[in-house]
Design a protein around this ligand. Sequence first.
Ligand code: SIN
Length: 280
Amino acid sequence: MKIERLDTALGARISAVNLSVPDGLDQAGLRSAWLDHGVLLFHGQNLSPTALVQFSALFGDLEPPPASETGTRDELAGQPVWYISNVVENGKAIGSLGAGEAEWHTDMSYLPEPPTASILFAQEVPHTGGNTSFADMEAAWAAIPDDLCQAIAGRTIHHDSSTTSVGETRRGYDGVSDVREAPGASHPAIRTHPETGRPSLYLGRRRNAWIEGMDLAESEALLDRLWEHCRRPEFAWTHVWQAGDVVMWDNRRLIHRRDPFEASSRRIMLRTQVAGDRPF
Ligand code: SIN
């Protein structure tokens, strides 16, 4: 296995590995590279849904698909793997998130115990667009201006579960009219990584967030300033996908977003998530 740091804010490329043969992998080396670099990129992989599940399970128990998943393909039935895709078959989307922009977010931070790792395998990608960016919230916390640090230290953020990162209301939920009453979970705004001990900002996503106990207008203004800081390009890396890429990121430390792409092109990603723990 070869580990090369990417020439950017975060991430490493791992080569000379075949993820479809989990027994042959250096599990400890992979875990340590993932913790060091935040996001790992593997090119040229060929994984069935079952093989992706087996690889992902090296990192812990897997989450079942979120309730909002509407997948139609039988090969995934009963497995902890689903599609992120805009492809429609027999009049129904095979996966979620369509072709629109997905805003910066942490996966499923609206759960009491959000996932530790998220893994995407690119089966089909469009010629342009659909790039995924990752930003390091440890670096964002380390570089936070003093006044923002004082304003957010010790605070808790409420994370809304009703709305996806592309702004759709999930099945079974109503729209949010007052963010203070949104369904979801609350977590410390600055969390400590349970494996490395390092602190990071933990904002979840901007939409429908609320800094608990704060007046609404004050919370909105502070969240806007925090997000402006987190979106600074020096914390981020953008991945331009090729079919066969696997990307695995530390969902406790990073946020990510996706560019929109042409709705008439096809993008099919297989997705797994490793079950998590309560942020502290
Ligand atoms: C996501 O936002 O979780 C999906 C990212 C992607 O489609 O690249």
